[in-house]
Each structure stands twice: as C-alpha cells, then as structure tokens.
Design a protein around this ligand. Structure first.
Ligand code: HEM
Length: 525
C-alpha cells in the first residue's frame, strides 16, 4: 500500500477514537476536589514541599483549610488538618482509607509489602492484625515481659549514674535501652554483638555466642537508614516516568539496607528453628519470633504467613519499638529542661507518691497523672509521625461535599491538629497541665484531637508497649536525676530543630548532664 493510503487508513481509525475519548472526557462529571494550589505539569506541587514536609503542609493548610488537595507528581494527595477531618478519614470512612500506597520502600525494604506497615488492607493484613493483637500484644504477654523492662531500666539508670554528672548524649543511652528491651521481647535475647559499643551483653546463651553478626552500633545505623528511607519522598513513587531512574539514589539505598536486614533476620530465624527442632515436644515459645514461627507453621490458617512474612513482621516489631520511644523521651527531656517549673511539679508528684527510697514500677504509673500528662503533651507538640502513615483510598467517596478520587493518597495532618487554637489554648506552649484542666472543666474531649498513635483499622498495634516503655522510662529518669545543660548553655538556646523521616526526631541530639537526686545506695540495685 502506498504511503498516502496508509495515512488515510490511520486517520480514519484514529480520528473517531480521539473523538470518543474527548466526548467521554467532556461527559465525565467534573470532580469537586478539595481546594489546593495549582499543580505544575509533571511535578505537581512538589515545588511547595520543603525538607520538613509537615511544616510546608502546615503552612499550606493555613491557606487552603481543613481539607486540601495537593498533587505529588501525578497523584492526588488529600490532606485532613482538623479533628473533624481526621474523624472523617479514620472513623466514618476508615475502611475506604485503610489501604497503603505501594511505595518503593514497601517493596524493597519490607519483603514486597509483607510487613504490617505497608501491606494492603485485605485478608493478609487482617489475619496478621489478629495475630498481633491476640498473640503478640495481648495484655498477658505484655505483662509477662515486664521483668525485662525493669531489668533494662535498672541498667540504663546505673549507666547514667556512672557518668558522674559528665555530659552525655542522652539519645545513646535511650536507644540502648529501647533496643535491648525490644530485642529481648522480640528476639529472645540481646542479639547484638558488643563490638566496641560496651553494651553489657550478659546473656549466657553460649551456644549462640559465636553467631552474632552485627554490632549494636551498626544495627542502629541500619534502623536509622530504614526509618529515613521509609519516610522520604521518593520521586519515582509519584512520577511514573522516573520510576526506573532512581535519580535520588533512594532505591539503591533501600536494596542495600534490605540486604543487611535480611542477613540478620535469616540468622535469627535459623537459630529459633534450631532450638525448636532440638527441644521437640518440650519446646514452648519464649519470644515474639517463636510465636510468629509457630503461627507460620500452623497449616490451619486460611492465609499463610510465609518465611518472608515472619522476617517482615520481626523487622516491623524492632523498627516500630525502638526509635519511636527514644525519640519521644528525648523530646520530653528537651522540653522539660526549658521549663524548670514543670520539672519541679513532676518531681513533687514523684516524691509525694513514690518517695525517695524506691524506683517507679509500671503499676505506679496510674497514680502519676502529671507524668502521664507530660507524655501526652510531648506527643501533642512532637508527634512521632506528624502526618501519620500515608493511606490510600480504595474507591471514590464524598467527604464533606468534596470528591476524593479512588487511588488518592490520604494524609492525616496531626501536626496541625495538635496545634489547633480551637482545641488547645496557646498551642505552641509546652504545658502538660492543660490536660488536667480539660478534665477538671469536664470539657468533653473532641474525638481525634490527640492522635499520637493514629486511629481505626491502621492504628499503631504496638501503642500499649510503646506507652509502657516511655512512661516508665521518663518517670524514672525524672525521679533519679536532675537534668542540667553543660557548658553554660541557656535553656532558651536549646536547639529545637527536627529532621524528617518516618519518625520526627530532634535534628541535633540533646547533650545533658545527669546529677543524682536519690540516696546513693539506690543506684546500686
Ligand atoms: C512511642 C511509641 C509509638 C508511637 C508514637 C507510634 C506511632 C504510630 C503511628 C502514628 C502509626 C500510624 C497509624 C496510622 O497509620 O493511622 C503507627 C503504626 C504502626 N506502629 Fe507504632 N508507634 C509506637 C510504638 C510502636 C511499637 C512499640 C510497635 C511495635 C513493637 C509499633 C509498630 C507499629 C506498626 C507495625 C505500625 C503499622 C500499622 C499498620 O499499618 O496497620 N509501634 N505507629
């Protein structure tokens, strides 16, 4: 056929097709999207997002209101910034928004979305959630690990006492403590090699001593990297044409850290399976990995949890349980050092309820309302995940008259909700007694005004353990020590900058001096 005839045929086919598409487009009812800034082609509104996305989004929400649309690349991102909007997303339409977007982080760092955090809302997720709440985080199981929290706390208090009032990087002590607690609860022992870290590993399990494969310093770096990479705005997730280019280099880093974790996890699982094979009928589950493996080997479950699933959940448990509590306690002590009158009130409560001849136990916490409110206030001003973890809408739905298209990413902006002047007087001020005043005035708390752990189907499954660790540790740090700044630094000069990752931590670690405030003999227990 000649060239003109080809062209005529192509035109005859293509013109009706184009007309059809155009008519369909024009006929489609126009969506009433929530307001937002005009997006650029290709990049959308990425130009408006700075290195601290929750701050950029906070400012944008002041301009566009309680519900707004941004475009990240080609994907609509709907942001709810009031308690009312959080109720719409996390309660009224919870199931529709219970999915998670498919990010490169979920694919490469969590065994192809096999963990809890990035798995889609479906049978696998629901089965896993049941397993977590009934077997890993039941009240009975958490109670059975109380002795571990107490032993590790005693060690950290003694370590801090031994610093003799010299300056310390508080975060190092806190992360040793939380990593050791989680490691013993999840993996059954402190799995990490002493290396040069001086982390007092005293488990006597000689059989396993030779197999430690990573130092705690290396492991903490791995965890930091995991948190950063799970929180980054990876352009390839949002701009399809960049997916395979990895122009920021994040995917390369994800693959690298995943490989390191996998080596560690393989070792953990092999050791646990070996103990089970050796002990045969006498075997009983000792730690969370044992529980996960027992569940995975049970043929009676409809949805199978494979070896990758066990590794992914184990990683979830370690990552979820360590950085989060370290970050929260570091923020709490930082805020308190800036407000000596709050420390005075807290220690008055501790001296009155506990006295100076014993440490605080978990059962005491309910009798320490001021300490509990310090934790609440810390979560309010420094939410660990200020935009929660992104959700995905599985169908188109109307929220407060606006259309939320299927496939939109939904962010619940707790950073702004927690600073809403309609909910909190002088919202920028750190003031734990605001919660007591609220209770006294019998002001009925508006639901969803305080969301440190999220809510609904994707609410943090580890909140009970996280709270226990934070409240117990903070109460004892305040009971045991007076906290001073070194080198004549004034409290007002303390750096309060943040760094954004999956968890919102202090950019510059807090350096402090701890002076004992209890009789000396208390620190040798
Ligand atoms: C200070 C302590 C903690 C804080 C502030 C915290 C906060 C959160 C938040 C805000 C979410 C997102 C909820 C949502 O999307 O609506 C979350 C999810 C999650 N947290 Fe925590 N968390 C803490 C401790 C823990 C602990 C101790 C664990 C486990 C040992 C854990 C494991 C998880 C997991 C697996 C998810 C994902 C849940 C899902 O996608 O369904 N967290 N956490």
């Amino acid at each position: 056929m000649e060239a003109q005839t080809w062209a005529a045929c192509a035109a005859a086919c293509l013109i009706p097709l184009a007309l059809l598409l155009l008519t369909n487009h024009l006929r489609r009812p126009k969506l009433n999207l929530p307001p937002g800034p005009k997006p650029w082609p290709v990049i959308g509104n990425f130009n408006l997002i700075g290195p601290l996305p929750h701050h950029s989004i906070h400012e944008l929400s002041e301009k566009y209101g309680p519900i707004m649309t941004l475009k990240f690349g080609s994907i609509p991102v709907i942001i709810g910034s009031t308690a009312q909007m959080a109720t719409n997303f996390l309660k009224n339409n919870d199931e529709i928004f219970a999915g998670r977007p498919k990010t490169a982080a979920g694919k490469y760092t969590t065994y192809n979305y096999s963990n809890m955090t990035w798995s889609d809302y479906g049978p696998y997720f629901r089965q896993a959630r049941k397993l977590w709440s009934m077997h890993l985080f039941s009240a009975k199981r958490l109670e059975s690990y109380e002795y571990i929290r107490v032993e590790e706390l005693n060690l950290v208090l003694r370590d801090i006492f031994n610093t003799n009032g010299e300056k310390i990087t508080l975060k190092d002590h806190l992360s040793n403590f939380s990593l050791n607690v989680i490691s013993r609860v999840v993996l059954g022992k402190r799995y990490l090699d002493k290396g040069n870290d001086n982390d007092n590993d005293n488990d006597n399990d000689n059989e396993h001593q030779g197999k430690k494969i990573v130092t705690s310093k290396e492991f903490k770096l791995m965890l930091d990297e995991l948190f950063i990479l799970n929180g980054v705005l990876n352009l390839g997730d949002w701009i399809p044409c960049l997916k395979y280019l990895d122009i920021q280099g994040y995917v390369k880093r994800m693959k690298k850290v995943a490989k390191k974790f996998d080596r560690f996890m393989e070792n953990v699982l092999d050791e646990h399976n070996a103990r089970r094979a050796k002990e045969k009928d006498k075997w009983v589950p000792k730690d969370m990995v044992d529980v996960l493996l027992q569940y995975a080997n049970d043929p009676n479950h409809e949805v199978k949890i494979e070896r990758d699933g066990v590794k992914a959940f184990t990683q979830d448990l370690i990552a979820g349980g360590t950085d989060t509590s370290t970050i929260a306690i570091e923020w709490a002590i930082t805020e308190l050092i800036r407000k000596p009158e709050i420390i005075a009130k807290a220690t008055e409560e501790l001296d009155h309820v506990i006295g100076k001849e014993r440490w605080i136990q978990e059962g005491d916490i309910q009798n320490l309302p001021y300490i509990r409110n310090i934790v609440k206030e810390t979560f309010r001003l420094h939410p660990v995940t200020p935009l929660l973890v992104p959700r995905l809408s599985k169908e188109q739905v109307k929220v407060e008259g606006y259309d939320i298209p299927k496939g939109s990413v939904v962010l619940v902006n707790t950073f702004t909700i927690h600073r809403d002047p309609n909910l909190y007087e002088k919202p920028q001020e750190f003031c734990p007694s605001r919660f007591i005043e609220k209770e006294n005035k019998e002001v009925k708390s508006q639901e969803f005004e305080h969301l440190p752990f999220g809510s609904g189907r994707r609410k943090c499954p580890g909140y009970n353990l996280g709270l226990k660790i934070i409240e117990l540790c903070l109460a004892n740090l305040l009971h045991g020590f007076e906290w001073k700044l070194p080198d004549n630094i004034k409290p007002d000069d303390l750096d309060m900058e943040e760094i954004f990752s999956l968890a919102n931590s202090k950019k510059i670690p807090l350096i402090v001096c701890a002076h004992p405030r209890l009789p000396r003999h208390m620190y040798s227990t």
